[in-house]
Write a protein that binds this ligand. Structure first.
Ligand SMILES: *Cc1c(COP(=O)(O)O)cnc(C)c1O
Length: 459
């Protein structure tokens, strides 16, 4: 053991090496020295633990080089989404349209009238840029945009419901993900939750019976990521809104995904659109910018001027405000909705959801041919599969798709999946039936070639 410890390379020899010296273009000498020490320490520990690691100078230099390469590489990187889930929260949800990207770039490169009213030559409001457009598209009286929908719900409850009692159906006391739970958020702002009805069934008369002296509002929450099926019931939007207003209570609706277009033509089940919710008379509705809307991360609040004004004047808004990039991308995303046809043509999420069986099959065939053209150690098969919408929207819906199943002569499926994931293009694929599966629905322009390039490097 002592012999082994004595064989560890000297710090000076490591630092004198050419491969290590070239890192001085990127890192300070102190950092490089610290990394050398870290590598030497872990080898020393391995020896003390009774192992016999290779201690040649070349081997230790390559360990230091690997660690420095790792530190220099991007943590936040582009990936290829081969999962078929269009709004994949872990992979960044909606991708932006070309016009959104151009607008975002222009505002990033140069100055903008973010809070400057060009007409008046005076200070303006960042919120003004998308308000009229949101009202035009949805029929709402007023609008406000914040950091995300969780922030929207938080602002709504804080500004309008603090110290009041709020009625929520027991079937809607959901966790949205990342421990954003409706009951917790209600108590965190000092409001009091009054549960109504049962988990599977809540009738209008349950709401009616629950309304008391203390009641400040009714909150409806879209049960985005789960569904009560079978013996279940809830009152219609119209009936619930009418009840609230008859009792002179405001009523709010957290719509979750927020749909501006009917997507039943794509084979998805009926969901009320934002316009329908406004039409039904909800006083404020909230939804996300980066779910089915297909824009940047944002929380959109729409509704009656009386309430939106209170939100605009609340001090919490300053902490939840959107940045200029969000406004730039959101404005362009919303503009596409002026004509439904244009929305389907320019918004990537809608395009990905709209792909039909023939189009997907052709894309899968093209990928299969390219992989087979490598003459590498791969076996490729096409099988039918199902894609998901994701983003907590349409939890049950499945869209028919084509899967490309890839297996490698010598690597196991998990070795191949890992190699794809850790490659320079970070291809995120799934494993099923002992094979790596690529769902072509979420592959974008250039992704087929990226996959083929990575596969050629692996073999
Ligand atoms: C997704 C979702 C949220 C959270 O929205 P973010 O934009 O992710 O903050 C809140 N409520 C519902 C019903 C949702 O589906």
């Amino acid at each position: 053991m002592k012999d082994q410890l004595r064989q560890l390379p000297k710090m000076d020899d490591l630092l004198a090496d050419e491969a290590i010296q070239k890192w001085q273009e990127t890192f300070t000498k102190d950092l490089i020295k610290a990394v050398c020490n870290q590598v030497l320490d872990s080898l020393r520990q391995a020896i003390l633990d009774g192992q016999s690691p290779s201690l040649s100078l070349d081997r230790v230099i390559s360990l230091v080089d690997e660690e420095l390469t790792d530190r220099a590489s991007l943590s936040f990187d582009r990936v290829v989404n081969a999962t078929g889930t269009v709004l994949h929260t872990n992979l960044g949800r909606a991708i932006l349209s070309k016009p959104s990207l151009e607008s975002l770039k222009a505002k990033a490169e140069g100055y903008s009238n973010l809070e400057y009213n060009l007409q008046a030559g005076q200070r303006g409001s960042r919120y003004s840029h998308v308000e009229d457009l949101l009202c035009e598209l949805t029929g709402a009286e007023a609008a406000l945009v914040v950091n995300n929908n969780a922030a929207g719900v938080l602002l709504l409850l804080t500004a309008l419901l603090a110290n009041q009692e709020v009625l929520v159906s027991r079937g809607q006391l959901v966790e949205i993900g990342g421990s954003f739970r409706i009951p917790d958020i209600i108590s965190s702002v000092g409001a009091r939750l009054k549960e109504v009805g049962a988990t599977n069934k809540t009738h209008l008369k349950d709401y009616e019976a629950a309304i008391g002296e203390e009641t400040g509002a009714i909150l409806k929450v879209h049960t985005s990521n789960y569904r009560v099926i079978g013996f279940s019931e809830a009152p219609s939007d119209q009936a619930l809104v009418d009840l609230a207003h008859r009792k002179q209570l405001p009523i709010f609706n957290d719509l979750g995904s927020g749909l501006l277009l009917d997507l039943q033509a794509l084979g998805l089940p009926y969901e009320p659109t934002v316009q329908e919710s406004i039409q039904a008379g909800y006083d404020v509705v909230t939804f996300s910018g980066d779910k089915l809307l297909g824009g940047p991360q944002a929380g959109i609040l729409l509704g009656k001027t009386k309430y939106i004004e209170q939100l605009k004047n609340h001090p919490l808004l300053r902490a939840l405000r959107v940045d200029k990039f969000t406004i730039a991308a959101l404005e362009m995303t919303l503009q596409a909705y002026r004509k439904p046809q244009q929305a389907f043509e320019t918004i990537p999420s809608l395009q990905l959801l709209s792909q039909g069986p023939d189009q997907l099959h052709a894309k899968a065939e093209a990928l299969k041919d390219k992989i087979e053209g490598l003459n590498g150690p791969y076996t490729v098969d096409l099988v039918p599969g199902q894609s998901q919408v994701g983003g907590g929207a349409y939890p049950e819906a499945r869209l028919a798709t084509s899967l490309v199943e890839i297996s490698h002569q010598t690597m196991t499926e998990s070795q191949l999946e890992r190699a794809l994931r850790l490659s320079q293009d970070h291809i995120i694929a799934r494993i099923a039936d002992g094979k790596v599966q690529v769902d072509v629905r979420t592959l974008l322009e250039g992704d087929l070639d990226r996959i083929v390039r990575v596969l050629s490097q692996i073999s």
